[in-house]
Design a protein around this ligand. Structure first.
Ligand code: GDG
Length: 534
């Protein structure tokens, strides 16, 4: 029931509100509305035991870690794809028992869950043909365009029978969750796997409050032209089904508006107010730089498990240690980083034997050929560099790869670096740079790509490199390793402070303030002649 005009609070832009007013606004909205979060990967995965019971394991990865941290205490519902057999069985059991929402830890659960159960074939098409090789590659400018991509009949089939289909299933499951509530819930969609969901929900629930946050960059409209019109327009219109579309940094948000202007003929862009008018609705386009949960990161970094790694990790260190931490992922530009280190050792031979380059690497997306090839190329490059410089008398090997998944080990390693190399070709944010800034204990220097979203916040205090500039990156390594200690300390202290002040709770709260404003506008009676915000 809309509030009368004279008592209705007026929606105010987020940046004009004082901190307490923001919190009050968020609290008042969350009191009345439930949160539904949807992401491809869920917060937990299930395994079935022999006695028929289930155990659940917390998922890893930047998105799940960040979103789980901020959802504590909000009793949110999480919609995610069933990943393995355990998830599928758990979903099936829930269906048979009439359990609409699964509580992973019984009554103590921080959230309740509903799985999207796609057929293995549809999931493969959606994830391994469209989301990762096509959309991820497009959004990180990874193609050698004279050769790739080829949008063949197989890719078209994967789009229609995989991506569109699984997005529809996500929308259906979200709609089932919405049925649980009297009031329209707040729906927070995550990332590039779910671009079509917003519009599909809007068709069924015109008053839903929908926000979509995109964790990865948004390229220029010219690059989007590599996708056929049906796909790129479908993606833009899918997002325009939302009330708010969020990006990591303003440049990505602007690029989205340019893309809508280029490919959605019936929309109007207001660049000053950062919104798109489309079919009688106003869609806000915002940026919310993601960060880490500083307390949780510190807790893990100083946990017993992390300390156990500190016993053997030092065998990898040297007088100087350069570290990088990434998934084995082409966009992270790992191979060029090795080339830059090779060039550094060549041009500054006085550092040979005294410096180690450690790459803590997590194999990723091994179902996709490009990722398997990239991992092979990484190993071959390291082999060549080690063969070129290895000292058989001392046993010195300049580059070492530490492979496998362990978050405590990653954080244990970050305490020790002299230089952290983050030279991504382009990156939505890059949480590794923020984790390093927070917990490194040696006043280490961060070398940061101009293409990483983190550069907006940390760039001034890091050494910036252009990602393809092998020579420039080699020089940055030299500059970092020869930087006077006072200068290292000055930068390190300010980096740490910057990350502490702007942690993941700020990211989440700023989104909720805009959502709250949006919810409020919706319950305001439309002023004459004004645009009705759906
Ligand atoms: C996307 C965007 C954006 C945990 N275990 C391991 C490991 N981790 C952690 C790292 C870091 C996280 O994974 C990776 O975060 P990134 O930000 O580097 O990257 P993406 O996975 O590419 O995530 C990115 C992010 O979403 C959030 O919005 O920042 O731009 O691409 O926290 O500590 N890392 C490694 N081994 C492990 O065992 N290497």
């Amino acid at each position: 029931m809309p509030k009368p005009a004279d008592t209705a609070p007026t929606a105010v832009p987020v940046d004009l509100l004082e901190s307490e007013s923001r919190q009050a606004l968020v609290d008042s909205v969350l009191q009345n509305r439930n949160l539904i979060v949807a992401s491809n990967r869920g917060p937990v995965t299930f395994s079935r035991q022999n006695d028929g019971s289930y155990t659940s394991r917390q998922g890893s990865g930047g998105l799940v870690t960040a979103v789980s941290a901020v959802l504590q205490g909000h009793q949110a519902i999480w919609i995610a794809a069933a990943m393995g057999e355990g998830d599928r069985q758990r979903a099936e059991d829930a269906e048979q028992a009439g359990e609409t929402l699964i509580s992973p830890q019984g009554d103590d659960s921080a959230f309740r869950l509903r799985f999207v159960v796609a057929t293995p074939e549809a999931y493969h098409q959606y994830y391994n043909v469209i989301s990762n090789p096509l959309l991820w590659f497009l959004q990180h400018y990874l193609w050698d365009t004279p050769r790739a991509p080829d949008i063949t009949h197989k890719v078209w089939a994967a789009w229609r029978e995989g991506y569109v289909e699984v997005n529809r299933q996500f929308a259906d499951e979200i709609l089932v969750a919405c049925e649980q509530f009297d009031e329209e819930p707040i729906i927070m969609l995550q990332d590039y796997q779910l671009y079509l969901v917003g519009r599909l929900i809007r068709e069924k629930r015109p008053n839903a409050i929908i926000q979509h946050f995109i964790h990865i960059p948004w390229p220029d409209p010219d690059y989007w032209r590599l996708l056929p019109s049906e796909m790129r327009k479908g993606i833009c219109e899918g997002l325009l089904g939302c009330d708010i579309v969020g990006f990591q940094i303003p440049a990505h948000a602007r690029s989205f508006m340019y893309t809508c202007e280029a490919y959605v003929p019936d929309c109007t862009i207001d660049y000053t107010n950062k919104c798109v008018e489309w079919r009688g609705r106003t869609i806000q386009v915002r940026s919310y730089p993601i960060s880490i949960d500083a307390d949780a990161v510190r807790k893990t970094a100083y946990s017993q498990e992390a300390r156990a790694y500190e016993r053997y990790l030092p065998t990898h260190w040297n007088e100087f240690t350069i570290l990088r931490v990434d998934r084995a992922e082409p966009s992270k530009n790992i191979i060029r980083g090795f080339h830059a280190f090779d060039r550094f050792l060549e041009s500054h031979p006085e550092f040979q034997n005294r410096v180690n380059f450690i790459a803590v690497t997590q194999p990723s997306r091994m179902d996709v050929k490009e990722y398997r090839n990239y991992l092979d190329d990484m190993s071959a490059t390291v082999g060549r560099i080690n063969a070129k410089y290895a000292n058989v008398e001392t046993g010195w090997q300049p580059v070492q790869i530490i492979m496998g998944e362990s978050y405590p080990r990653v954080l244990a390693a970050m305490k020790w670096y002299d230089v952290l190399l983050v030279n991504s070709i382009i990156d939505g944010m890059n949480l590794v740079a923020k984790e390093g800034a927070l917990i490194n204990e040696r006043s280490g220097v961060i070398i940061l790509s101009e293409g990483a979203g983190a550069a907006v916040q940390l760039g001034e205090l890091a050494l910036m490199v252009s990602p393809a500039d092998v020579e420039g990156t080699a020089e940055a390594i030299y500059q970092a390793l020869t930087m006077p200690i006072q200068e290292r300390q000055r930068r390190a202290q300010r980096l740490r402070r910057s990350v502490e002040q702007d942690d993941v709770s700020v990211w989440f709260r700023n989104q909720l303030v805009d959502i709250a404003n949006c919810a409020m506008k919706e319950s305001e009676p439309a002023a004459e002649g004004s645009t009705q915000v759906a």
